[in-house]
Design a protein around this ligand. Structure first.
Ligand code: HH2
Length: 260
């Protein structure tokens, strides 16, 4: 899943794709680099980010979704707003990626015919990194996602259309993120495909002492390969080419691909 942020303030790629034409070109480049899905977002969810109005978010994402879907690409819409999700689906998006975890009943009703990524977040983007606290992060996040998945199914979402994401960096310390990755098997055991977004995130920067998010692509690819090795089915990434190489090596060394 290639990241396409149509925002002025995303933490690693805010700005260059705010204009629709530039965003559409970038979407095409991500697919050429190997992405199977383009995840279009119009509101940054970086820690401390200010919310965007529904109208502004629509104006940013809908023309991009429409153009990419019309070109035959698989588009997911990264939004917490049911109104934006509905319009994006009407414009040709096939998947709704809700970092709010489908907690909003209106969102559950909106996505019944679509693919969904249900992501865990503690708090809101504005407050989530102030003092994230868990008794047992792995059990709490896994249990929360299992409940959200059942709630989505009860609302009419098809079980085979659901993907779960532990929300790396969303209300989590470095150690919380590492625990979730170390015990990804717990989430995989639930039986839904698991999505992981580690790309360029701050916890990787803290591990290697690199401030600039765009200089974290190598470690992001390493973490993506390890997540695949632990059962992740979807990787959300900015550097799609490098990530595809890492995933290919992970799959090959698992025996999931053969060469001769
Ligand atoms: N991470 C971000 C945004 N959306 N969706 C899912 N399912 N999983 C993630 O880990 C995830 C996500 C944050 O990254 P990015 O889009 O690059 O930044 P920003 O929120 O600043 O636009």
């Amino acid at each position: 899943m290639g990241v396409l942020n149509v925002t002025p303030d995303s933490f690693s790629d805010g700005g260059p794709f705010l204009e629709s034409g530039a965003a559409i070109d970038q979407g095409r480049r991500l697919v050429e680099a190997g992405a199977g899905v383009i995840d279009v977002g119009g509101e940054s969810t970086r820690p401390g980010a200010a919310p965007v109005t529904e109208n502004d978010e629509r104006r940013r994402v809908i023309p991009v979704v429409e153009a990419l879907a019309a070109a035959g690409l698989v588009v997911s819409i990264d939004t917490m707003k049911p109104g934006v999700a509905a319009e994006a689906l009407a414009a040709g998006a096939e998947i709704v990626n809700d970092v709010g975890g489908l907690v909003d009943p209106a969102m559950r009703e909106t996505v019944t015919g679509a693919g969904v990524v249900i992501m865990h977040m503690q708090g809101t983007p504005r407050t989530m990194q102030i003092d994230p606290t868990y008794a047992d992060v792995v059990e709490e996040v896994t249990g929360w996602l299992a409940t959200r998945a059942k709630q989505a199914e009860a609302a009419g979402v098809r079980p085979q259309s659901i993907c779960l994401d532990p929300g790396i960096g969303f209300g989590k310390t470095v150690d919380h993120n590492l625990s979730l990755l170390a015990r990804l098997d717990r989430l995989v055991e639930l039986g839904y495909p698991v999505a992981i977004g580690v790309s360029r995130k701050a916890f990787l920067g803290r591990l290697i002492g690199v401030e600039d998010p765009t200089q974290r692509d190598l470690v992001s690819a390493v973490a993506a390969g390890l997540a695949v090795e632990r059962g992740a089915a979807v990787i959300r990434a900015h550097d799609v080419a490098g990530t595809c190489q890492a995933v290919l090596v992970a799959e090959a060394t698992l025996g999931a691909r053969t060469w001769s």
